[in-house]
Design a protein around this ligand. Structure first.
Ligand code: T4K
Length: 393
């Protein structure tokens, strides 16, 4: 469908015009790499009759990911949430663990699910990542660890968090669900803290359908997590550790291997789209695009807009207008984990310490990108946002 010209508010779907897109434009439309390469691998899996449990595809996947990230161990898992749970348990975290509220709720849930209290610390509004001073304020005698999140693929303030962890004898790990392919001071995310946890969910820049991994340079930790993801089995009939079923299946590893070969193309498409968004929205009143440091790598998988009082339309009005155009923009991670259950009931006053989180949650819009979104589509989305922000009748 040719993209409709947007000259004034009369051209908007909320005002009765046809929508800009006849099919929904999702945030998180999966990147599908080389179909032939993937299907060829699936054929080999069927020939092998080895479908799961540390099969050859998973072993190759772990080897390739560890090599790509420059880390000693990659322990592949069935998804990022189970990977978080296993990493938390393998590190022996108990009591209270400090996390941001401004993240996908899985970060907090993976603690709560195993009887650990997530304690929410506020963020730096400029980066959306944990504010180290806020982390310090939340430490109590029950605190055993900190989980930093590299939100939107931007590294958390790793050095400052490590210094706090060292000073207070806490364990530091990272939720790197957004940060595959990102760097911190030029070094790949994947080997900071005690370990880092990736998600390879379908909606991520790099996906394995469902999947996740923990990466670490620590041999003993990696060995413990390998046991834990397979019920604690060490060989037939020999269970030597408590465990669960966290295994990645062969088909997921095959998807990962096929996608790894085209990951640079995915990043290039995202970077091109991000650049188009930046240029097309420059100077739009009350609308700013969250920028990432040019000196670091970032998959640019998340296009984050912030709407402030200078914009004549509210954030929610813009979202509603975009949805009418079939552009399914999101409010990730509104209203913040502390406002979701069970945390909302458990910690009704948490928001008092989370001023920046509350503010950011009210102003973000996440826009579609990825290989399924063309620069022309981005231009069209931006024309709609500009029109909404123009104050024209
Ligand atoms: N930590 C952080 C910081 C995370 O962001 C996440 C996951 C995790 C931990 C946990 O990792 P996993 O256990 O998930 O591996 C999504 C994803 O479910 C979640 O993986 C992701 N973060 C989060 C940011 O976003 P939803 O509820 O928005 O996803 P969903 O499935 O509704 O998909 C969003 C849109 O994408 C859909 O409306 C349509 C489109 N879509 C989705 C799928 C699955 C497709 O077009 N095709 C698809 O196959 O949470």
């Amino acid at each position: 469908m040719p993209l409709k010209p947007i000259r004034s508010k009369a051209d908007l779907a909320i005002n009765g015009a046809p929508p800009a897109f006849d099919q929904p434009l999702h945030v998180g439309r999966p990147n599908i790499g080389d179909r032939e390469a993937f299907l060829g691998r699936v054929g080999r899996i069927l020939d092998n009759q080895w479908l799961t449990n540390n099969g050859p595809m998973v072993q190759e996947f772990e080897h390739r990911i560890a090599e790509y990230l420059g880390v000693k161990h990659c322990v592949a898992m069935c998804n990022g949430t189970i990977a978080l749970e296993i990493a938390i348990r393998a590190l022996g975290l108990t009591g209270e663990v400090i996390v941001p509220s401004w993240t996908f709720v899985a970060t907090a849930h993976s603690l709560y699910w195993q009887g650990i209290t997530p304690v929410f610390a506020d963020i730096d509004p400029a980066t959306h990542n944990l504010d180290p001073d806020a982390v310090r304020r939340m430490i109590t005698p029950r605190t055993t660890g900190i989980i930093g999140v590299h939100l939107w693929g931007r590294a958390a303030p790793i050095d400052a968090l490590q210094a706090i962890a060292d000073e207070h004898g806490l364990k530091l790990m990272f939720d790197a669900a957004h940060a595959f392919g990102s760097t911190y001071h030029g070094q790949s995310i994947g080997r900071f803290g005690k370990c880092e946890v990736f998600s390879f969910h379908a909606t991520k820049a790099f996906n394995t359908f469902e999947g996740g991994a923990v990466t670490t340079d620590d041999d003993e930790l990696a060995e413990t997590m390998r046991l834990m993801r397979n019920f604690g089995f060490k060989g037939y009939d020999n269970v030597i550790h408590p465990g669960t079923n966290g295994k990645m299946i062969e088909v997921c590893a095959a998807m990962g291997l096929a996608n790894l070969d085209v990951f640079d193309d995915i990043v290039a498409a995202n970077t091109r789209n991000h650049e188009t968004y930046r240029e097309a929205l420059a100077g739009t009143p009350g609308v700013s695009l969250l920028e990432y440091a040019q000196t670091e790598r970032n998959s640019h998988h998340y296009v984050v807009l912030e709407i402030d009082e200078g914009c004549p339309a509210t954030r929610d009005e813009i979202i509603a207008a975009l949805h009418a155009e079939n552009i399914l923009a999101r409010k990730y991670f509104w209203p913040g984990s502390h406002m979701m259950q069970p945390y909302r009931d458990l910690f009704p006053h948490a928001g008092l310490m989370l001023g920046n989180t509350g503010h950011v949650a009210e102003c973000v819009i996440i826009l579609p990108t990825g290989t399924a979104v063309s620069p022309a589509a981005v231009e069209s989305i931006c024309a709609i946002v500009r029109t909404l922000a123009s104050g024209l009748a």
